[in-house]
Design a protein around this ligand. Structure first.
Ligand code: PLP
Length: 373
């Protein structure tokens, strides 16, 4: 039996979520685009879920576009930029690869890209302000970093952007990848133009997510065929997964303050104990309580294997898979962390199911690991 501390990579599906998926696939088996009775029933159900998710997120239902996950949601936004005349886009250097991998393409189609550092994990409002130019058409800063858990001051950045917009009479699109924020911290979508979300980070299924776009008309489908999602995302809707995502969202909101306070306490215990061991923490104080990264005494690949042998699954950096190896190092180095520390980064990520007892076990395993036991 292994204890799972890699919830920022993915979570275990909740039993109620699995039940909702199965029931939905039986009750609403038809294609929502079919004109017969069962198809129309599925379409009504799809729109009911959209309305409910929008109301949980406190936004208009027309701003919710269902996608195959956050990577697709992000792609939908960035590909839509190609419908604008090229301009300048400002992107933080600590973005997930789902965002940063778009930079070469943007440059190729004529956009100028300005990157923002994030010393100690946080983007500086002053650097954002000094980077804005009359040519700026878009800004992209994530809400919660997936490596450190750092919470960015999105509302403060937004007010800088909106002031600049007003004084230059122009529109700047503000996009914020909010995958690691969903159900983990309180925030409002009022101040951004677009944001991405993923169900599998909140005990929902994989392969389903959301692009929030305040003005959905700016979104051009990657695949126009079919005209689904109000012509913003072609392809038959994955209704059982969409229903399962709704259930995961509902569950995450039940007693949310109680759940988050319990995780905050576990996080404080972890922070204190790692500090007592003399380990350097990489997560700033203003971080999601669900993510805590530290520098281990030996390379992260080796240390994470030692912990695995003791029954604890953590992440070497941000690796969601072996393909992501090295990406966490880049993010940490953009924060000003030296290379010899970034290659020893370990990420612990919690879920609402994480118990204090198993966390104490992890702390003991780390202590033994650093003492070579
Ligand atoms: N953005 C962030 C911050 C993430 O942590 C992840 C997942 O690791 C993604 C985007 C991609 O999400 P998905 O797996 O739904 O494509």
């Amino acid at each position: 039996m292994a204890f799972y501390f890699d919830n920022a990579a993915t979570t275990v599906m909740a039993p109620r979520v699995k039940e909702a998926y199965n029931k939905e696939s039986e009750l609403f088996f038809a294609n929502p685009s079919s004109s017969h009775r069962e198809g129309q029933k599925a379409k009504e159900e799809l729109e009911r879920i959209r309305t409910n998710i929008a109301s949980i997120m406190n936004v208009k239902s027309s701003s919710i576009i269902f996608t195959s996950g956050a990577t697709e949601a992000i792609s939908l936004f960035f590909e839509s930029l190609s419908w604008l005349d090229p301009g300048t886009i400002i992107i933080s250097k600590i973005e997930h690869e789902a965002v940063s991998s778009w930079i070469p393409w943007l440059k190729r189609i004529g956009w100028s890209v300005i990157t923002l550092r994030a010393k100690n994990g946080l983007v500086s409002p002053e650097e954002l302000l000094s980077s804005l130019t009359p040519d700026t058409k878009a800004v992209c800063i994530m809400r919660v970093n997936n490596v450190t858990g750092a919470i960015e001051s999105i509302d403060e950045y937004a007010s800088i952007i909106r002031d600049f917009e007003k004084s230059h009479s122009k529109k700047i699109l503000f996009f914020s990848d909010s995958v690691q924020a969903l159900s983990k911290i309180d925030y409002s979508l009022d101040t951004v133009d677009a944001a991405s979300f993923s169900a599998h980070k909140i005990n929902g299924p994989r392969g389903i997510g959301i692009l929030y776009s305040k003005n959905p008309d700016i979104i051009h489908p990657l695949a126009p065929a079919g005209g689904q999602e109000h012509h913003h995302r072609g392809g038959t809707e994955n209704l059982p997964a969409i229903r399962a995502m709704e259930e995961a969202l509902i569950i995450s909101m039940e007693n949310k303050d109680e759940k988050r306070n319990r995780i905050k306490e576990i996080n404080i215990t972890l922070r204190n104990e790692l500090n007592n061991m003399g380990l350097k923490l990489l997560s700033p104080i203003v971080s999601s309580p669900y993510i805590l990264s530290f520098v281990s005494p030996i390379p992260s690949e080796v240390f994470s294997r030692i912990l695995m042998d003791k029954g604890y699954l953590v992440s070497a950096g941000s690796a969601c898979s072996n393909n992501a190896k090295g990406k966490a190092e880049g993010i940490l180095e953009a924060m000003g962390i030296k290379h010899s520390d970034s290659t020893r980064a370990i990420r612990i990520s919690l879920s609402n199911e994480t118990t204090k007892e198993e966390t104490l076990g992890l702390i003991e395993a780390i202590r033994e690991g650093i003492n070579g036991k």
